[in-house]
Design a protein around this ligand. Sequence first.
Ligand code: GLN
Length: 450
Amino acid sequence: EALARLEVLEPKLKSFLWIGAEAALEQARRVDAKIAAGEEIGPLEGIPVALKDNLCTQGVPTTCASRILENFVPPYNATVVEKLAAAGAVIIGKTNLDEFAMGSSTENSAYQTTANPWDVTRVPGGSSGGSAAAVAAEECVAALGSDTGGSIRQPASFCGVVGMKPTYGLVSRYGLVAFASSLDQIGPFGRTVEDAAILLEAIAGYDPKDATSIKTEIPNYLDCLKPNLRPKGRLRIGVIQETFGEGLEPGVENAVKAAIEKLQELGAQVQVVSCPTFRYGVPAYYVLAPSEASANLARYDGVKYGMRVPDADNLLTMYGKTRARGFGAEVKRRITIGTYALSAGYYDAYYLKAQKVRTLIKRDFEKAFAQADILVSPTSPTTAFTQGEKADDPLSMYLLDLMTIPVNLAGLPALSVPCGFDERGLPIGMQLIGNLLQESTLFEVAYAYE
Ligand code: GLN
């Protein structure tokens, strides 16, 4: 079914960079045979799942939507890919993204622009836009993305699906191509909270191959899904005041406020909380993330991976020309900013300062969580914008990340759940933020709401 939909929809949507139709069919037939033989199957067996193309897949191209990795075929699987395979999921293909996950619209892909299934003249959000669009259009049942500053939650909200960024360290990053290692997390997309919970349960867990992996018991997330919220007043929800300010589209504001009222009717105790340092999240992130990226992307030198220009007569020229041709404009911008921010003489003024801001943001969250069990905000100040609208204005694109970025800076879990439509019929997302390792609470509230 998924393959049939892919055939019809892909020419318009362009969610996928690679589709593995034959292997997927073969695997599906094996599951059919199991069912016919009366064998029991797990919750993910035979389920078509898509992977963002920055997750390494053995024997299958992994491009990060970059020219520099055009012909790169990893010799190993990311841990999450191994785990999905072990659970019997069918990997149906690799999805489009902003090059190296840098962007908020999937327009920074070197290969194609993905369309928003709700209005194909608009962007699906980013950087995991391909995964979000594929799930929304039912080209697959669920998908994985990565979230460094909002790249799962924002496209989930633009495409009307559920997307979750887990606690930093809950899901192994082994085999996820690094963008900003201290912020990157892999997480699930689903059309329902339940689907996202099933997927997270399959991919979470300690992994010795990731030095930042947390040793913790993984709860049974499905057990948290109950039709009713906790008894009246037992769940405290904090509405983050600062996320309802300037620049918020009225359609988004109305929908999220209505969703909060519904949570209240369900029995939650709602109060307003303040996180005054949130407004420094975007500037701090756009120093820290490019700094880490400039170091992580130093490995693409034409020697170890992917493309190498044929027309260089010495090593240094080869490095320079390969990187000049292999990277797109946004990636170059970030490498340049990051290299500058980390250079001697500027380090204290930019990188160190941004790290201090990161600590202040963490403290704001700690204070807020003393008052509330979960925090609520819109996921994005706007709904999906039209293709090309912001492509030449990186700053206006960066500013859209203001609600999602603080969560990554503090390493917290958060999800985006659909909460209605604006006057143009475009989906809106509400962001629920949990304290460290409180994924169960997020699923509980999102499920009761949904
Ligand atoms: N939009 C943000 C950026 O461009 C976040 C990207 C992400 O989470 N990968 O960096």
